[in-house]
Design a protein around this ligand. Structure first.
Ligand code: 13P
Length: 252
């Protein structure tokens, strides 16, 4: 585990201004728990307000368009996100890959657009249950990384990988700690193949049904540098349970 675990809440399509009180509470708690680095990715509509409410935590977006601007009705560019106060953007989430047909090439273009606008990028990868059952999980994830990760000068320093097995998202099911460790070791190898020495420093988050009661063991698995949290990031109370577990690990 890296010294300062990175705990990112992905609010998905949840949250109106009424939820800013949760962001404030998370921010206040994060101030006391400096052993963990905490961030939230609210919906676009709350990015600016969250940035204004929260002083310590990172604030980011859940997606961006690959183009700098233009005739793309309903889309948002990385530069717009930065202007709204975002510091990072999640790209390649499995829900976007599934719901919007995003390919690895699209994800890579979005990640490169994010870096180009001065944001960092959290690039998501993960296998389906059928792929795991077929013994192909590591190969699938490795191919996703090869196709989705941004390249170019300094890219490794601005990238975080999130491993989110599709079958663990929102299901209450998680891989075993051994399986998480094995996958994260495999991801590390792929990162070093792609980025050389710089690949050793890239943070690898685990995501998929992380809750306060399983966070400590998942975060302690090999090569896990933090967590990408969906449902349990929606209330300060639940998210704090995960942040506390991370802060305790960060102290060792
Ligand atoms: P859950 O924590 O709700 O399983 O969601 C995980 C996720 O998809 C985070 O991006």
């Amino acid at each position: 585990m890296a010294l300062r675990p990175y705990i990112v809440g992905n609010w998905k399509m949840h949250g109106t201004r009424a939820m800013l009180s949760e962001a404030r509470a998370i921010d206040r708690a994060a101030e006391r728990l400096l052993k963990a680095e905490v961030a939230l990715a609210p919906p676009y509509t709350l990015i600016h307000a969250t940035r204004k409410e929260a002083t310590l935590i990172g604030v980011g977006a859940q997606d961006c368009h690959a183009a700098e601007g233009g005739a793309h009705t309903g889309d948002i560019s990385a530069a717009m996100l930065k202007d709204a106060g975002a510091g990072f953007v999640i790209v390649g989430h499995s829900e976007r890959r599934a719901d919007h047909g995003e390919t690895d090439a699209v994800v890579k273009a979005k990640a490169e657009a994010a870096l180009g606008a001065g944001l960092s990028a959290i690039v998501c990868v993960g296998e389906t249950e059928a792929e795991r059952d077929a013994g192909k999980a590591e190969a699938v994830v490795s191919a996703q990384l090869e196709g989705s990760l941004p390249t170019g000068d300094g890219a490794a320093e601005k990238v975080t990988v999130a491993y989110e097995p599709v079958w663990a998202i929102g299901t209450g099911r998680t891989p075993t700690v051994e399986d998480v460790g094995a996958m994260h070791r495999s991801i590390r190898q792929t990162l070093e193949r792609i980025y050389g020495e710089a690949g050793a420093q890239v943070r690898i988050l685990y995501g998929g049904s992380v809750k306060p009661d399983n966070a400590a063991e998942l975060l302690a698995a090999d090569e896990v540098g933090g967590a990408l949290v969906g449902g349990a990031s929606l209330t300060a109370e639940q998210f704090l349970g995960i942040i506390v577990a991370a802060a305790e690990l960060g102290e060792h």
